[in-house]
Design a protein around this ligand. Structure first.
Ligand code: H2B
Length: 112
């Protein structure tokens, strides 16, 4: 279990600090299956999870939704037959907060 997944998300306000270039490598090392995507100048964390069918993909989707609601921090989720694409970023700061890394690690924990 990565240290990140045991951390609590902090309340994130407008103006909260984005993860710095210096912090990125060590945070990314804790979630090696996630990729950085940049869309509309917004840095995001993304991972594609594969499943046997749509039913399993949907069950996983619902679990991700539950952990998001628990901390009121929400991902983008694309649910398809056999795969789910989860993307984390913080809308308020239009980029990556440590919360996004915590939630990516917690997302990985769903399947462990
Ligand atoms: C009003 C605002 O949308 C809420 O404070 C929360 C809801 N969930 C959220 N989720 C994410 N990823 N980023 C946010 O900025 C965010 N804000």
């Amino acid at each position: 279990m990565s240290d990140l997944s045991s951390l609590k998300c902090e309340a994130c306000q407008v103006g909260a600090p984005k993860v710095t270039e210096e912090e990125l490598p060590s945070l990314l090392a804790e979630i090696p299956d996630w990729n950085i995507e940049i869309r509309d100048d917004i840095m995001q964390l993304e991972r594609v999870f594969t499943f046997k069918n749509f039913k399993e993909a949907l069950a996983f989707t619902n679990r991700v939704g539950e952990i998001a609601e628990e901390v009121f921090h929400h991902p983008s989720i694309l649910t398809e037959w056999g795969q789910v694409t989860v993307t984390w970023w913080t809308h308020k700061i239009k980029g990556l907060h440590k919360n996004d890394f915590i939630m990516a690690a917690k997302t990985d924990e769903i399947l462990s």
